[in-house]
Design a protein around this ligand. Sequence first.
Ligand code: ADP
Ligand code: ZN
Length: 298
Amino acid sequence: MIDEALIAGIELGGTKCIASLARGRTILRQERWPTGTPDTLELISTEVARWAGEEPIAAIGIASFGPLLLDPAHPRFGHMGRTPKPGWAGADIAGHFRQRFDLPIAIDTDVNGAALAEGHWGAAQGCDAHIYATVGTGVGLGIVVDGRPLHGRMHPEAGHMRIRRQAGDDFPGGCPSHGDCIEGLVSGPGLIARAGRPLAGVGDDDPLWRRVAMDLGEWAAMLILALSPQRFVIGGGVPQLRPGLLPMIRRHAGHLLNDYLDDLDEAAMDRLIVPPGLGSDAGPLGAVMLGRTALELQ
Ligand code: ADP
Ligand code: ZN
């Protein structure tokens, strides 16, 4: 039974990396490291090897920030794509673990992993189509249809979509590739650039958060129109630390959709756009879910 298998889930985030050892959805052990250079992978695999030495692990799932090369036919499958993150461009993420563990290993984006976990255990159970966004060091979107994460030519990069800007807002945005894409506007580093100070010092009543909610509301409305999700789970450090954002995002997205979609009144919006049912475990359990898929594919 897959729920009895011991699975290691490795979540690589823009700020922190978390390795978890889980049976089913129960996390038995967890370690975290700040995301440094790819040398961080060595620290993680050493810890996972220590766990495996105590009790055999059945599979490893890797849920990583992107962009990742995820076409199995690609010679660099499982490598990091182009990223400004120092040292990470081209890093062979899956290969690092394959060289050290003779186990089934699966890799996907952090958000595809979290979307799968929310579909299996969390707020998106029973959905045919749902999406999971993280708003943290970056902005990412995972899309799951009929229980499978969307890959296509690599994976969605919807965090780099440009949205309609709010009138009077001329902040140029912080994305090195696009300036004012949604990630450039509302990711942690984008927000720090906009606020001109650390976010811990920005009060919940600061007008910055209304702007963030308006921008995310624009993005949410476009995603709802494009993808028709039955659930849109919004996680990541920013909404987790600022729970007041979600109701504002819902309200603004609803206002933009303007009754165009049937059966999407205010109460339905409350059920559509939700925080992770798994709370801050959505990311770590996302990595665990990927390990389960590796085991199932055997
Ligand atoms: P990761 O991106 O590594 O997965 P998180 O999703 O936890 O990590 O997001 C971390 C982000 O949360 C950081 O980029 C940071 O800017 C942002 N953050 C930190 N403190 C606050 C705060 N008090 N309010 C809003 N955002 C914050
Ligand atoms: Zn961008």
